[in-house]
Design a protein around this ligand. Structure first.
Ligand code: FES
Length: 608
């Protein structure tokens, strides 16, 4: 059986019983699969022609009668029974994502843990038949006051390096090991890459380790998204050895592509990279290492390992300098990972006298509250709504996503890339709901008001946008004529409820952190907004919907991709690398699930 995927012109062989989505994934054809192929998100719509298995119940729920007539199927449900032609419509294609790579730059002192050791050695003679290594050790003792540890790779390079330039050579030390012996002054630049491995996107920063200069930055959609948008679907997929291997290969492949792109930009090669520091949530950490993450998804949600880990590149394997050091910053708990350590490190929350709150909203919502005295952290599974999952018209922040909304007498929106609207991303959703609240379209309980109520309030244009009754009431955001592919966009009552759940969880998390620390909202002096929150979501809209309590004495500081900034700091400085480890000792993790006070706060925080 052959399946042809258009518009890519890719042909793939299908095994009996395989779904269109599985065949596409094996052939490297990207189709949106937000729920990881469970048939719940309805985002993998394709037009399929040819012999196919019967429509499943999930497809009947997700597809309208017109779509069924047009030949639409859900790729994760439809099974090919013979040769099939598949057209992937624009809205189901994975597109380039708008990525947070411009994190706040933090002033740090360079304290490199990759460095050059220049040595001048005298040549051995018949009278003094000094072995090469002993020659190096004598010179090291004389200049550095101690002997050195050389890797096998460095030892293999030593004889030619020592004889090429009249005994003038440079050793490159990474951590406590000499990993390279080079004639003369050594390589032109010592390079390292800092990675922020997000559930959705991976960003890699190429740095000059001696000057701290950022030489290149690039990013990729995390290819694991083809197995599901959220960490829970990935963990489920990693339940078999093949699944785990596929997820590990996917992240390693993207890291390798980023390293290749970054080094090519400056005329260098991946093999010139001597050090890597990576941060990510605990699931990303486990998947990168090929460690089964199943326990993370089951109570009591324990990770396999939390301390910072140092590996050699060849162990992963990552195709950089074979003896390059790969440092993974520590995880705090199963649901608060090294990315949060990166946020705490770069915001300096752990060193401050005043009480600070850091909020990082990505696929999950993580929060840390405290100061140099005490620091508490927690996590809520709140993120997917802010990244477009679980919202009927939701999508990631990519071209065509509505990212800003204003509501006065009518609805006004803006899309990323000025493209025709295809969906709404997190920042657009928060603006939209804030606008609906302020304009009276939304009752504080979260109910979309009836058109009559809006007419009475003197808002006829908004009243005309309300369709449906009761629980199926919707606000028409984009008219079909204006939408990509002639599809209108609506926000449903259910979408509003999803956002209420997400914001309620984050708000409840903040309230519990305050309570556990014995502090009040008035005591908070600074709020660091990281991730999508810091860069895209409007703080004013976030306050309007009650995502955060009002913190009257706090200044709001957007810190961009703070997790990535933390990784860069640790790459450039041994002291910062050690600080990251110290944070792990300083911070206490609060598990929110199962806490009765969380349920109480959550129920209250759901209201607008
Ligand atoms: S419905 Fe098919 S991937 Fe979600």
């Amino acid at each position: 059986m052959r399946i042809r995927f258009q518009p890519y012109g890719v042909r793939a062989e299908a095994e009996a019983g395989a779904t269109i989505l599985q065949v596409a994934q094996q052939a490297g054809v990207e189709i949106e699969a937000v729920c990881g192929g469970r048939g719940t998100c309805g985002k993998c719509r394709v037009i399929a022609r040819g012999p196919l298995g019967p429509m499943t119940e999930r497809e009947q729920d997700a597809l309208s009668p017109t779509e069924v007539e047009q030949g639409y199927r859900l790729a994760c449900q439809a099974v090919a029974l013979g040769d099939v032609d598949v057209v992937i419509p624009e809205e189901s294609r994975l597109s380039r994502v708008s990525i947070l790579s411009a994190g706040a730059s933090e002033e740090i002192e360079l304290d490199p843990w990759v460095r050059r050791i220049p040595l001048r050695l005298s040549a051995a003679t018949l009278e003094d038949q000094l072995p090469d290594l002993e020659n190096v050790q004598r010179a090291a003792e004389a200049t550095l006051g101690h002997r050195l540890v050389l890797t096998l790779g460095a030892l293999q390079q030593l004889p030619s390096a020592l004889r090429q330039d009249g005994g003038q050579l440079t050793l490159i030390q990474v951590d406590d090991e000499v990993v390279m012996a080079h004639a003369g002054a050594g390589p032109e630049r010592l390079l390292g890459v800092a990675f922020d491995i997000g559930t959705t996107t991976i960003v890699g920063y190429l740095l000059d380790l001696e000057t701290g200069e950022q030489l290149a930055v690039s990013s990729r959609l995390n290819p694991q998204t083809r197995y599901g948008d959220d960490v829970v679907s990935r963990i489920a997929h990693a339940g078999t050895p093949e699944g785990l291997r596929a997820l590990q290969q996917a992240v390693l492949g993207a890291m390798q592509a980023i390293i290749a792109a970054d080094t090519a930009e400056i005329g260098a090669a991946p093999r010139d990279v001597l050090a890597v520091v990576a941060v990510g949530n605990t699931t990303m950490h486990h998947l990168l290492l090929g460690i089964d993450p199943t326990a993370l998804a089951q109570a009591p949600y324990v990770p396999v390992a939390t301390p910072a880990l140092r590996l050699r590149a060849c162990e992963l394997p990552l195709d950089v300098y074979p003896d390059a050091a790969i440092w993974l910053l520590p995880n705090i708990a199963g649901w608060v990972g090294a990315d949060t350590v990166g946020v705490i490190l770069s915001s300096r929350l752990y060193q401050q006298d005043e009480l600070g709150l850091a909020i990082d909203i990505g696929t999950n919502g993580e929060m840390a509250l405290g100061s140099r005295e005490r620091l508490l952290t927690c996590s809520t599974a709140a993120g997917p709504a802010f990244e477009g999952a679980q919202i009927s018209c939701g999508m990631r922040a990519a071209d065509g996503a509505i990212d800003r909304v204003e509501i006065d007498h009518d609805v006004h929106w803006h899309t990323i890339g000025e493209a025709q609207p295809r969906g709404v991303c997190g920042s657009g959703l928060v603006d939209l709901v804030a606008g609906m609240l302020k304009s009276g379209v939304l009752h504080p309980s979260g109910r979309i008001e009836a058109p009559e109520t809006l007419i009475e309030a003197g808002r006829p244009k908004l009243a005309r946008r309300i369709v449906g009754e009761g629980r199926s009431r919707q606000l028409l955001l984009v008219e079909p004529n204006d939408g990509a592919g002639g599809r209108g966009l609506t926000i449903t009552q259910r979408d509003v409820r999803e956002l209420q759940l997400a914001k309620g969880a984050i708000r409840a998390g903040i309230e519990i952190l305050l309570r556990e620390l014995g502090a009040s909202a008035d005591d908070v002096r600074v709020v660091y907004l990281a991730g999508a929150f810091g860069n895209y979501i409007s703080p004013e809209s976030a306050l309007t919907i009650g995502l955060m309590p009002s913190l009257p004495n706090a200044r709001l500081v957007p810190i961009g991709n703070a997790a990535g900034t933390g990784a860069r700091m640790a790459l450039l400085s041994r002291a910062e690398l050690e600080n990251a480890t110290r944070i792990l000792e300083h911070v206490r993790y609060l598990e929110l699930s199962g806490r009765p006070d969380f349920q109480a706060h959550f129920a209250e925080a759901m209201l607008f």
